[in-house]
Each structure stands twice: as C-alpha cells, then as structure tokens.
Design a protein around this ligand. Structure first.
Ligand code: ADP
Ligand code: MG
Length: 560
C-alpha cells in the first residue's frame, strides 16, 4: 500500500493564513489533538456498549510524549483508530475542509482576537507548530491494516503501510524551528494543565518517581525505593460532572482550592445542572470580596465537554455575575463564532437567563433558610445583589425581596420591612415617603444625629455602587423619594409630636437665624435651629436635594 495524492481544497496555501491568525494562540494545537484522542477513546467505548465492538477495551488512555532530541511531540491513544480510507475521508477531506472554512470565514475578520481561542481548528492546528505531521494508526475493525500518513502542511500527502500493532492512533508532530518553545516539559505540562486538567480519560504525560516502602534496613527502620509511576495530569471526574446529592460541602471546597489555590474559601456555591432546552453543567462560587473592591474578574472558566475553552465568559454569564468564580461546561455554546453572533445566539441568551435565575433562587433560599447567616454575608454579596438589582430586570423581580438596606445603627431591613419602619415618621403631607440616606457617615455625622433626634432613620449608602442604587430605588419604589441627610427634609415631613421644644424662644430663634442667613447669603442653603442642649450643635445648614444634585452634576462637568 503506497499512495500519494493531493488534498482537494480550494485555497492553495491556507497554512500561512492560519498561522497569522493563530500565532499568539498556537498552544491550542495540543488541546485539539488531545481532544481528538479522547474522542477516539470515547467512540470505541460507545461502539463496545452498542455491541459493535467485541474486542478488549483495555485501559483507555491518552498519552503525550515529548522527545527533545528528535524534536517531536507524540499524542497517542488506544481509541478506535482509522483505516487508510478513513484517513482520506476524515483527515484529508474533513479536517482540511474545516481549516479552509475557517480561513474563508475569518479572512475578513477585523479583530483576530475575537476568534482566537474560540475556534478549534481541529486536526489542522498541528501545522501551526509542526512542519511535518505523521499519523500512525490501526483501526478497531476486523482485518484492518495499519496505516501511516504523512503531510508537510501543503496540499499533498502520502499514505503507506503503518507500524502500529494495537488498536489506536499516534499523531507525531515534527516541531518546526519557530515553535521550539513546545519542546519543553514544563511548557507542555502548563498547556495540559490549562486545557486538559478535567478531561474524562486519563492523560499520561511521562512518569514521576514515587517512594514505595521496601522492607526494613538492619536497624529495623523502614526502607523505601523509588518507583516510576505514570504521571496522570487530569482529574477525569470533576465535581461538576457529578450529581449534587453525591457531593459534600468539602468536595465543593476542595474543588475550589484546586481551581484557585491561593484564595480564601468561598461563601457559598451553586451547582448548575440542566439538560433541556440546552445542556449545561457547572459550579459557580460566590467568592469573599476584599473590602478594597479590588475585584478579580474573568475567574469563571468555560469548558465544553470537559475541555477548557476560555476564561472569557462575557455574554454567557450576565455582566453582574462576572465576579463569581467557578466552571461552566456546555457543549451548546457556539465556540467558533464572533462576539456579536454569540450575543444574538438563542442558546446563549437562555443560558444567561438560566444562570440569573439560579443565582436569584439560591440567594432567596439562603435568605429564607437563615436570615442571620445571610445578613452576615451581606457585606460580601451585597455588591452582586445590588448590581444585579440595577442591571437586570428579571433579577430585580426576585432580588427586591432579599436586597437589604442598612441604616446608620447597623440594622438591616428588606425593602418591605424598611417601608413599614419609616412610614409613620417619614411620610409627607402629600403622602410621599421620604427615605433619608448618608453617603459619608463621618462628614455628615451632625446631620445624621439631627435627623435621628427628629425621629428619622438614616440609611447607609456609602459603597461605590450606592449612588446608582439610590437612584434606582427612587425609580422603582412607589411614592418614595430619596434625600441625602444634609438636604432640607425636615419640614416636608409630618413632624413628630414629641419633638423636644427649642431652648430658645421664638424671638431669639428668629434673630439667630437671621444672623446665619445673612452670613451664608445663598438661597440654595437653608438654616434651621435645633432644640439642643448647649453642648450640641444648635444649627444645621442644609441644601435642597434638587439643588444639590444639580450642583453635583455641574461639578462632574456633565452640565446636562
Ligand atoms: P473534529 O474533531 O471536530 O471532528 P478534527 O479536525 O479535530 O475535527 O478531526 C477530524 C476527524 O479526524 C475527526 O472527526 C476524526 O474522525 C478523525 N480523527 C482525528 N484524530 C483522531 C484520532 N486520534 N483517532 C481517530 N480519529 C481521529
Ligand atoms: Mg477535533
């Protein structure tokens, strides 16, 4: 058996184009070839289970071997193998036409980064790092002959008799001069850790030495000898592939440590598991946020059938949940498309709202199950909840029952609870509720105390997101306005009957007020005398909320 031929594709030399596209991301050749090898082992398993293969399955495994002297990397599997005809069909036609399609599709792409790492070029990606690629394979089918294929990335190939004696395939890459970085064990280990860490079939990469007990020495002390054991780089059964009822908290925490070795334990997690109308599994963790708001984004890893694809999950995970950590695995997320297409994809939209719903439900459960524990976590989760509350209407519908407001006395309330609490004292004659807040409790302390003395409650709104949260509350809550504590709120509200009387009489009050008014001499400000003991502040100067916001906008340079 000896055959030379030309691969029938339209584009003469697609290799330079592909190389240009994927230059910065050429490490994915290993992901693609290892995935193919895993697929081949899964296929033989399937054939056996369907009764179409009656031979021994053996220990299904994939091996990556590095030969620095000969400058080769070999990816071997004991999967279903290929006959010479299948090589022609699957490699010459399918793999190469996939590559042609890729080039046709993205020749015009403006931003190569959009597609890098998202598009699996499949078998052809071998030519990004190799000048010659060999296939040595033996099909599982009875009476098959071993076949050998070799190609230099041009459109011509050669097929002759192979040397494999057992079922499976070796892909041998003769690494080109520009890609010598891959002729390094640590570099390959790194790539395998990134892409293959959770593949469903054991991936062997060389051997490691392990110490094994070996009797005792003359003094009766245990002796050890070193033995070589296979270096299996992956965990074939990561927790997201298991059912939640098989798992303990410890399993989730250990998996978190595996993903993010230097992080503090997460607060809680959500196990995602759906198979209709799309297939998705995963575990999302709520991390402990640092108070300095130094958030780390892009910590969610996207997998497709246990193959790592990317940690760029924007568009798939709702924006407000980008601070979560964890893993999402879905074969239904299109990987070979540009961002704008992804946003429009109906599965992606559904996945997005599914995740939002699961997160909302989890938070609602936590809130219901243990209010105290939920409140304790509020400083960490409040930001997510508020962000979602602001940015996602569906999430808002659920979050309005578990978003918490905190007042200056550090008490927390749900929206309903808070309404009930302040309604009696903070309703104006027009029936409008007024919520009073501080965005700087230190600087506004005098105002806070003064408001409290009048029987008004003051909300703490001093986190970076609270500016938006305040205006959103004002939009969403009926007949409610938000006023900063240094705005003139007092006379708009029904005064409480038991407000203490002024220590000055009316005449004294009037003359003190005149002195302050003329000293300040700005109509935007309002002077009010307080009924205080002499050691406290006798006067507050406030500004109308509307005027204050206008001024703030002007200061920000918005002007409109
Ligand atoms: P895809 O994996 O998306 O089908 P590839 O270009 O990666 O595309 O591979 C093309 C085809 O070549 C595969 O579908 C498969 O039929 C065949 N193939 C590749 N690698 C192997 C392998 N190790 N064992 C058996 N068949 C393989
Ligand atoms: Mg493939």
């Amino acid at each position: 058996m000896q055959e030379k031929g030309t691969i029938s594709i339209h584009t003469e030399n697609i290799f330079p184009i592909i190389k240009k596209f994927l230059y910065s991301d050429n490490e994915i050749f290993l992901r693609e070839l290892v995935s193919n090898a895993v697929d081949a082992t899964q296929k033989i398993k399937r054939l056996a289970s369907l009764g179409q293969y009656n031979g021994e399955l053996g220990n299904l495994q994939v091996e990556v071997a590095l030969d620095i002297d000969n400058k080769t990397i070999t990816i071997s599997d004991n999967g279903l193998g290929m006959t010479a005809d299948e090589i022609k069909k699957y490699i010459n036609q399918i793999a190469f036409s996939g590559a042609t399609e890729f080039v046709e599709k993205f020749k015009e792409a403006k931003d190569a980064n959009e597609i890098i790492g998202r598009f699996g070029l499949g078998f052809y990606s071998a030519f990004m790092v190799a000048n010659i690629v060999e296939i040595n394979t033996l099909s599982y089918q009875d009476g098959s002959e071993p076949a050998h294929w070799t190609c230099d990335g041009s459109t011509s190939f050669e097929i002759n008799e192979g040397t494999r004696t057992t079922r499976g395939t070796d892909i041998i890459l003769h690494i080109n001069d520009e890609s010598e970085e891959f002729l390094s064990r640590p570099r390959l280990q790194e790539i395998l850790d990134k892409y293959a860490k959770f593949l469903p079939v054991p991936i062997k990469f060389g051997v490691t030495d392990e110490q094994e007990p070996d009797g005792e020495d003359e003094e009766g002390k245990p002796k050890y000898k070193s033995v070589e054991v296979d270096n299996i780089i992956n965990d074939t059964n990561p927790i997201w592939t298991k059912s939640p009822n098989e798992l303990k908290d410890e399993d989730y925490l250990n998996f978190y440590k595996e993903l993010y070795p230097y992080s503090e334990d997460p607060l809680f997690w959500i196990h995602l598991n759906v198979d209709y109308p799309f297939n998705l599994t995963g575990v999302l963790y709520f991390p402990k946020l640092k108070n300095d708001y130094e958030f780390q984004r892009n910590k969610i890893k996207l997998y497709s059938r246990q193959v790592f694809i990317t940690d760029e999950v924007k568009d798939i995970v709702p924006e407000f949940l980008m601070l979560l950590h964890g893993v999402i695995d879905s074969p239904d997320i299109p990987l070979n498309v540009s961002r704008s297409f992804l946003q429009a994809d109906s599965n992606v939209k559904k996945i997005n709202s599914y995740i939002t719903k699961k997160v909302a439900d989890k938070l609602a459960d936590l809130f219901k199950a243990d209010r105290k524990a939920y409140e304790d976590k509020w400083s960490d989760i409040g930001l997510f909840v508020k962000y979602g509350f602001l940015s996602d209407d569906k999430f808002y519908e659920k979050a309005k029952d578990f978003v918490l407001l905190t007042n200056t006395a550090k008490e927390t309330f749900t929206l309903n609870e808070y309404k009930e609490k302040v309604e009696p004292a903070q309703t104006g004659n027009d029936g409008q509720l007024v919520y009073i807040y501080t965005n700087d409790p230190d600087k506004q302390d005098a105002f806070i105390q003064s408001a409290n003395r009048k029987g008004y409650d003051v909300l703490l709104m001093n986190s970076p997101i609270d500016n938006h949260f305040v205006s959103h509350l004002e939009q969403k809550l009926e007949k409610t306005s938000m006023k900063r504590v240094d705005a003139d709120v007092a006379d708009k509200l029904i005064k409480k009957d038991d407000a203490p009387a002024h220590i000055l009489n009316d005449e004294q009050s009037a003359s003190v007020k005149t002195i302050f008014d003329s000293a300040i001499n700005k109509p935007a400000f309002k002077v009010e005398l307080e009924s205080l003991s002499p050691e406290e502040l006798p006067v507050t100067v406030t500004m109308d909320e509307f005027m204050r916001r206008m001024k703030e906008m002007a200061a920000m340079g918005g002007g409109g």
